[in-house]
Structure formats: C-alpha cells, structure tokens
Design a protein around this ligand. Structure first.
Ligand code: HPA
Ligand code: ZN
Length: 326
C-alpha cells in the first residue's frame, strides 16, 4: 500500500520541533549560529539534531529541541521554517493540518518580540497555503516548563492576532511539556482566557504519566482533545469517561516509543483505543527531530500494530470531525 498518496488529516505536529536538517545547516551558516559542532561535520550534527533511538524518557527527548530553537532566530528564519512545515505536510499527503508552536519557547534567549514571532509564523503558513492545496490551522502552546508570566504575555499577543488578522488561522490552545512541572490549576486561568477568545482546547496528558492525569485533564480542564493520552487505557473507568465525553486523542506512536512511554512499539495501544470506540487520530509530533513523517507512522501502524485500511479511514474521519479548523 502506498501510504504517501492517501489523503491525510493531522492534528498534532510541533512546528518548532520540525525543522529540516538542511535548513538547520543553512540557517546556522547564514546567521552564524554556534551549534557546538563544526557545520562540516554532518554526521556528528545529524546525531545531535535527531532522536533516532529511545532515550531515557520524555525529558531527554524534549531537551534535544535546543538546536531547532536556536535556528529560529529571526523573522526570516521563522517564516521560512513555517513555510517548509506546510510544504512538508503537503508532500506527506496531508490535506488538513494543525501546526502548533510555543512563542515563549522560540523566544528564549532572544530579543525578538512575541508579535513578530507570531506574525512570521502566520506569514510562512499563508505563503505555504498559497502554493499548495492544503488547509492549515495554528495552535498556541503554553509550555509547562517555562515562565507562566511569559506565557501570559505571549497569550495576550496571540489573542490580539486571533481578534484581527489571524482570525481563521489561529484555532487552538495547548499545554505542552511534562505534566510533572506544574499543577494544571496554575494554567487554568490562561487556558480559560484562550477558550473565551474562541480557541479549541487540547492538552498534552497521559503521555508518560497515568490514567488519573487523563481523568483530571478531562474533568478539571474540560478539554475537547488530548495530546497522546495513551495512559487512558490503564483504567476502564477513565476509558468510559473519555468515550462518554467524546474526547479526541491525538496519538503519536513513534514519539511514544522514542520517549519510552511504551516499552516496545508492538505494545502501543492505538489499535485497542480504536477498537474500544475512542476518537483517535494518527500524528507525527516532531517529525524532523524524530526523523519520520506521517507516512512513516502509517507504515508503523500497518506493520507492527495491526491497523487496517478501514482504521486509517476511520482515524482520518475522527481527525476531521475533531479539527479546530472550521
Ligand atoms: N510531549 C510534551 N511536550 C512536547 C512534546 C511531547 O511529546 N513534543 C513537543 N513538546
Ligand atoms: Zn506533542
């Protein structure tokens, strides 16, 4: 089966976790960015820029985002990376994609203001949509590991764009990073502000944690969707709760393997989630960092997880129905 040519819908891909390797080298060269490795040492840089085998856990994987973070250094670089994300998605057979990014993460250690970061992402995405027949929405990320005050400011800027030029483009809000960083109570006010402004709400939860985290994310944050959420399968009561509430799960199998959220790929619960009747989509999370694309995830699901043609069709229908793009 040629999975590349199947029309796909993807809801969970980090724009700031997905920069082409060639673009990393080109930008580092042009902008004089020190990546700690001579740019001519391609193999060494490749090993540093990619997560190719399971790491110790989620945190070590997230710690390897610093290279993409560094090259998103100015308006031009951010615009280019946003455009290439749209181009990559189109070449992956995607007809509708929600790309997410954290302005606070991109800005760390730099002076570029939030409004220029957001505007540059929107510009790149719009250029991509002009060139390719693909629908794109943007999700605003608040990272649990970074300063809440900074995220409040970034959210204020994002909501200004939502009210003006980004009305149709900015569609969602997400909490990312590990759940152990902060109590979710801390983020409820900023989340509610985003929801009141018309953003759909999805939250990274139940990735490397537990079914009780998923339960709290559903009940306390009242989310429509959950990023990963695979630990829902550890408790039949939480499975029932998710089914009853029609929660959508944005599932990323290879990412879960690389972060050791599953011990081996054959034990990934995506097929069980589908067979239980949950709304599930298939996603790539951080494709260039993980050296994959969405087509690769179709192949993994087919080869190792018993996912069938009708399951892929079902997941694309679920994703379309759960999309924040209207
Ligand atoms: N989990 C939490 N935060 C993230 C992830 C993830 O898988 N990818 C990028 N940021
Ligand atoms: Zn993610």
């Amino acid at each position: 089966m040629d999975y590349r040519s199947i029309k796909k819908v993807e809801l969970h891909r980090h724009l700031d976790g997905s920069v082409r390797f060639e673009t990393i080298i080109d930008l580092a060269r042009k902008k004089n960015i020190d990546l700690g490795v001579p740019l001519g040492s391609r193999e060494e840089l490749f090993q540093k820029a990619k997560v190719l085998m399971p790491m110790s856990g989620l945190q070590e994987v997230l710690d390897s985002f610093w290279i993409t973070q560094k090259v998103m250094c100015d308006e031009e670089s951010i615009e280019r990376i946003a455009f290439e994300n749209v181009e990559d998605a189109y070449l992956d057979g995607i007809e509708l994609i929600e790309l997410r990014f954290a302005p606070t993460f991109i800005r760390e250690g730099k002076t570029i203001p939030y409004d220029l970061i957001i505007e540059s992402v929107m510009k790149g995405v719009r250029r991509g949509m002009k060139k390719y027949p693909i629908k794109v929405g943007l999700i605003h990320i608040v990272p649990r590991a970074l300063s809440l005050k900074e995220s409040e400011d970034a959210t204020t800027e994002m909501l200004k764009f939502k009210a003006r030029s980004g009305k149709d483009l900015i569609v969602g809000f997400d909490l990312a990073d590990g759940e152990e960083f902060e109590l979710i109570e801390t983020f409820k006010p900023v989340l509610e502000r985003a929801r009141a402004a018309g953003l759909g709400v999805t939250v990274h939860s139940g990735e490397n944690t537990s079914s009780s985290h998923v339960k709290k994310t559903i009940e306390f944050l009242n989310v429509q969707r959950i990023g990963h959420g695979i630990k829902v399968m550890d408790d039949p009561k939480v499975m029932e709760l998710a089914l009853e509430r029609g929660i959508h799960f944005e599932v990323c199998p290879t990412s879960n393997w690389l972060t050791r959220c599953v011990d081996k790929i054959e034990n990934h619960p995506i097929k069980k989630m589908l067979d239980f009747g949950l709304s599930v989509s298939l996603n790539s999370d951080d494709p260039h960092i993980m050296n994959i694309d969405l087509t690769h995830e179709y192949e993994v699901c087919h080869r190792f997880l018993g996912v069938k043609e009708e399951d892929f069709m079902q997941m694309n229908a679920h994703a379309k129905a759960a999309s924040f793009i209207k």
